[in-house]
Design a protein. Structure first.
Ligand code: GTP
Length: 394
C-alpha cells in the first residue's frame, strides 16, 4: 500500500501549484517580450544598413536624411503593426500600405488652393513619382525572386531621385531644410506651412514605400539563403528535412503512401577532373533543373550536398515512385546537357527508392536509410539504374 502524504504536505501542494503556474506564465510573457524586442532590434539594424547604404557617409547630412529617418520610424511602426499578427508582411500588404500612403498624399495635395502651393506640390510630386515608379518596378522583381536585380534597381534609381529631390528643395529658399539637428526636426513638427508639410509627407510616404520594399527584400533574401542551396536554388537539406517531417506527421494523421528517392550523379568526379569545377557546377545546376521539371508541383526536390539530390513524393506508392525515377533516369541518360560553352555533355545518375505504404507509420531516418541502401545497390550494380529497398520499419 502506498503511504498517504501527511495533511500538511497536501495543504502546501495547491499554493505550490499556483506559484508554479504563475512562474510559467511569467516565463512565457518574458519570452514573448524578448522575441518582440529581438524582432525590433533586427528591424532596426536592417534599417540602419539600408540608410547607411542609401546615404553615403561622407555626404553632408541633408534633407533626405530627415525624410528617410522619419520613414524608417514609420516603417518600424508599420512593421510592428504587421508583426502583431504575422511575423512577415506579404507583398500584397506592402502594396496596400503603399496605396494608402499614396492616397493620403493625394488628399493633402488636393487641399492646396493657392497657385504657388500647387506649383510647389507638383515639383515635389515629380520626385515622388520617381520613387513610386522605382517601387512599382521593384515589386514584380521581388515577387519573381530576382532579389539582386531588385536591390540593384533600387540603388541605381534612388540616388538620381534623391538628387532631384534635393535640387527641388534647394530651388525654393523658404523650403530649405538645412541640416538635420534637433532644432530643424522640432521646427518641422511645429511648422504650419502646408507646403513644407506636403513636401515632407510626400517624400516620407514615397521613401516609406521604398524602405519597406528594401527591408522586405532583405528579409526575403535571408529566408531564401537559410532554406535554399546556393548553387542550384533547390531546397537545402535542412529545409527538406523540415518539410519531409511535416509530411510524415501528416500521413500519420491522414493515411496515404509517401515515397523518397535519392539521386546521385554517376562518375561526377571525372566530370570535374576532365572539364573543371565550373563545368561541374553547371552540370549540377542543369541536373537540378531537370529533376525539378520532371516532378509534380506537390513533390519536394532538394540538394543534400555534393552531387546528391533527394525527392519526396507525397501520395505516391512504391510503384509510382519507381516509374517516376525510371522516367527521370532515362531523360537524363538519353539527352545530353547543353553547356554554356556550346558543348554537349552526356551524364547519368543512379536512383534509390524507398516507400512508406498506405496506413503504415515510419520515420524519416528509416526512409533515408532504406533509400540509401537502394542507391548503394544501384551504384554497385553498374550505375545509371533505379533500385528499390524494402527497409526495416517501413
Ligand atoms: N563542381 C562541383 N563538384 C562538387 C560539388 N560538390 C561535390 N563535388 C565533387 O563531386 C565529386 C563526387 O565524387 P565521388 O563521391 O567520388 O562520386 P562520383 O565520382 O560521382 O562516383 P559515383 O557516385 O560512385 O558514381 C567529388 O569530386 C567532389 O569534389 C560542387 O558543388 N560542385
Amino acid at each position: 500500500m502506498p503511504e498517504r502524504p501527511p495533511m500538511g504536505a497536501l495543504r502546501l501542494t495547491l499554493p505550490l501549484k499556483l506559484i508554479i503556474a504563475f512562474g510559467v506564465v511569467c516565463a512565457i510573457t518574458l519570452f514573448q517580450a524578448l522575441a518582440v524586442w529581438r524582432n525590433v532590434s533586427v528591424i532596426d539594424s536592417n534599417l540602419q544598413r539600408i540608410t547607411d547604404k542609401l546615404i553615403p557617409q561622407n555626404e553632408r547630412v541633408g534633407a533626405l536624411t530627415v525624410i528617410i529617418l522619419r520613414a524608417s520610424l514609420e516603417t518600424r511602426h508599420a512593421m510592428l503593426m504587421l508583426n502583431a499578427n504575422k511575423r512577415k508582411a506579404t507583398i500584397g500588404e506592402i502594396r496596400q500600405l503603399q496605396a494608402q500612403a499614396q492616397q493620403l498624399v493625394q488628399e493633402v495635395g488636393l487641399n492646396i488652393t493657392s497657385e504657388e502651393g500647387r506649383a510647389r506640390y507638383s515639383a515635389i510630386q515629380v520626385t515622388q513619382n520617381a520613387f513610386w515608379a522605382a517601387a512599382q518596378q521593384v515589386l514584380p522583381l521581388v515577387e519573381q525572386g530576382h532579389i539582386d536585380e531588385a536591390v540593384n534597381l533600387l540603388e541605381t534609381s534612388i540616388i538620381p531621385a534623391r538628387n532631384r529631390f534635393l535640387d527641388a528643395v534647394n530651388a525654393q529658399k523658404e523650403w530649405q531644410i538645412k541640416l538635420l539637428d534637433d532644432e530643424t526636426t522640432a521646427s518641422l513638427e511645429r511648422s504650419h506651412s502646408t507646403e513644407v508639410q506636403v513636401a515632407v509627407m510626400s517624400a516620407v510616404t514615397a521613401a516609406l514605400g521604398l524602405v519597406l520594399v528594401v527591408l522586405f527584400m532583405r528579409q526575403d533574401q535571408l529566408i531564401v539563403t537559410s532554406t535554399r542551396d546556393e548553387l542550384t536554388g533547390l531546397l537545402n537539406r535542412r529545409e527538406f528535412t523540415r518539410l519531409a517531417q511535416a509530411e510524415l506527421a501528416r500521413v500519420a494523421r491522414v493515411p496515404g503512401p509517401t515515397s523518397l528517392v535519392m539521386v546521385d550523379a554517376d562518375y561526377f568526379k571525372r566530370i570535374n577532373d576532365r572539364h573543371g569545377h565550373p563545368v561541374g557546377d553547371e552540370v549540377l545546376q542543369q541536373l537540378a533543373k531537370k529533376l525539378l521539371a520532371g516532378v509534380r508541383t506537390l513533390d519536394v526536390v532538394a540538394r543534400m550536398g555534393g552531387e546528391e539530390f533527394v525527392l519526396l513524393l507525397p501520395h505516391t506508392d512504391a510503384q509510382g515512385a519507381l516509374a517516376l525515377a525510371e522516367k527521370l533516369r532515362t531523360s537524363l541518360a538519353q539527352t545530353p546537357l547543353q553547356l554554356r560553352n556550346g558543348e554537349d555533355l552526356w551524364i547519368s545518375a543512379s536512383f534509390g527508392v524507398s516507400s512508406l505504404p498506405q496506413g503504415q507509420a515510419g520515420t524519416l531516418e528509416a526512409m533515408y536509410a532504406s533509400a540509401d541502401k537502394a542507391l548503394y545497390a544501384a551504384k554497385a550494380n553498374g550505375r545509371n539504374r533505379v533500385e528499390f529497398h524494402h527497409g526495416q520499419g517501413l
